[in-house]
Write a new protein. Structure first.
Length: 166
């Protein structure tokens, strides 16, 4: 627990004087006029995340559609792969960062694998295109099936499928 000692009557904390303990933050801040309690702030943050979660799948599908467009660009013109590969990486990185927050750890795992696949690539051949397609197909499947939660056996099956020959 953190307990602040106040410098003056305006209740300004002195950051050089505090006591540390176990159990969370003191509610001393709760009685500062005009300040919301930490519990109120956490409740507000949880409500915002819940609201964003409601439309996360739709946003994730849009990101996957963008990855598919970048993949099509790679197929159409593999000689100019830099832009589309960068787009695939950036979108997969966004999915990786967001999916776990909204309850899709398996989607995070596959998006991370896609980032690792495309980041070192300077160009693409048929094998790389197929690998990107498999990652994209698996991410769509995870969303289609609403695969949330952190079932480790399921995660191993997904990775095994991803690593298997096409």
């Amino acid at each position: 627990m953190i307990t602040w000692r106040w410098i003056d009557e305006r209740r300004q904390p002195d950051p050089t004087i505090c006591e540390w303990g176990i159990g969370g933050m003191s509610s001393d801040f709760d009685d500062i006029p005009g300040q919301r309690s930490i519990q109120q702030q956490l409740a507000t943050a949880a409500a915002v995340v819940a609201e964003l979660a409601d439309d996360y799948r739709a946003r994730a599908y849009r990101d996957l559609d963008e990855i598919a467009r970048a993949l099509a660009a790679l197929r159409d013109d593999p000689a100019h792969a830099d832009g589309p590969l960068s787009r695939v990486f950036n979108l997969a990185h966004d999915v990786k960062g967001q999916a776990g927050t909204f309850g899709y750890p398996h989607l995070t795992m596959v998006a991370d694998a896609l980032c690792a696949l495309v980041q070192p690539l300077a160009g693409v051949g048929e094998a790389e295109l197929r690998a990107i397609e498999r990652h994209l197909a698996l991410m769509r499947r995870i969303l289609d099936d609403g695969l949330t939660g952190s079932d480790e056996a399921q995660a191993r099956r997904l990775l095994k499928w991803l690593a298997s020959p096409a």
